[in-house]
Design a protein around this ligand. Structure first.
Ligand code: SF4
Length: 109
């Protein structure tokens, strides 16, 4: 019984650590210079990014319903064409990502 308790506790601590780690990354990256004129990310830009999350349905890390506009890295406060926005992730600096896009760095918000 103590082994099960310890395993549950370890699993909880792993999840809590991951959640806490994700928050400062997003909040510290609150400023970036993405503009409407910036390049739109192409499929394969980084982290297996695709402009249409449906194209990632077979990806082992894809979670049903995940897309850029429900990701913790999504930045809607960007002067961008309809359907496009910014991404606070360091590998997507200065490019626009599609609201219906997805990459394997997705964090559900
Ligand atoms: S980190 Fe999130 S918002 Fe950025 S490209 Fe990946 S899924 Fe989209």
């Amino acid at each position: 019984m103590p082994d099960k308790h310890n395993a549950d506790r370890r699993a909880f601590l792993r999840r809590a650590s991951a959640a806490v780690a994700a928050i400062p990354v997003v909040s510290l990256m609150g400023t970036q210079s993405v503009h409407a004129a910036d390049e739109k990310a192409e499929d394969g830009h980084a982290h297996d990014y695709v402009n249409d999350a449906a194209d990632a349905a077979d990806h082992p890390q894809f979670q049903e319903g995940a897309r850029c506009d429900n990701c913790a890295f999504w930045n809607a406060n960007v002067d961008a064409p309809e359907g496009w926005g910014g991404c606070f992730h360091q590998d997507f600096q200065n490019v626009l990502v599609n609201e219906a896009g997805w990459c394997d760095a997705h964090v559900m918000s």
